[in-house]
Design a protein around this ligand. Sequence first.
Ligand code: ZN
Length: 353
Amino acid sequence: MAEPSPIDCDVHPTVPDISVLLPHLEPFWRDSIEERGIPSLDSISYPPKAPLSTRADLRDAKGMPATDAKTLAAQVFDKWGAGTAICNCLYGVQLLFSEDMAKAFASALNDWVAKEWLDRDPRLRASIVVPMQSTEYAVDEIERCAKDKRFVQVLVLAMQEVPLGRRQFWPIYAAAEKHGLPIGIHAGSAYRNPVTSLGWPTYYIEDYLAQAQGFQSQVASLICEGVFAKHPGLKVVLIESGVTWLPGFLWRFSKFWRGLRTEVPWVDRSPWEIVRDHFRLTIQPFDAPDSAEAVERAIEHLRSDDILLYASDYPHWQFDGDAVLPAGISPALKRKIAVDNPLATYARLKDGG
Ligand code: ZN
């Protein structure tokens, strides 16, 4: 029997121009774009011209990565061999200050993804982009999009206005749990706070590096606030988070939990165990040395081979060539990372979407 094809858990469709969203917006918001002269909502977490945002060989004549399903499919399916891919559309709706505007653009974005990407290639799935500016609106958007089984996850950014464990967000987790949708936390910021705890850095490289600290704080917040005690069926996927910071962080977290657990009695087992049961990480960028031995050791330190999910992070420049998975991964582990773990994480993929 043929080996099942990999499931790519992080690919990025690009909005070519704000005009593509116009058919999906109410007249009021269409007029607003024109009257206010809004040129685009590109996320400043991924400046379009930055080398990291799009690998040089994946840029078209205008310097853009795939802005249509066919171009993305040629790379992710035909060249890199995936059989299914989850679209995580990064567009700056999370940065808007108006809750109503964020709701309108998040809905337009999800409708555009469904029509222009999911309808055009049956191998594509997508995450629901939610306006985290308002919990009520975010829940509405989950309920609206969850009817379409091709939406397999809820997408939020690593850096929000407040930590993700806070009670104000719990209705979002209840809706996600009810529909079998993991919460996908992707690198990126709503820029309500400096991206480092020290204040604003100067360079983009510092911003991108600081994302790993943001992920760490979100893991701590979700666990310490008791999200998983309240929602035992909830899964969280850390997307484009990097991987090798996790063992050191969890070692510290679990050590200090032993001393301070009286403060958070609902955290009734070690953070290591909670992460093993509830969290998953996409494999690109894989932040370890190239050698097979080092990769093997880094994976051993994760203490679980259930935790990693195959992802190319198309079109971000995380690796050269066509080997999406780093060397040093055995065929059995490859099968787990590429097929079994994604199927165990995304209930809707198992249902056949
Ligand atoms: Zn990504």
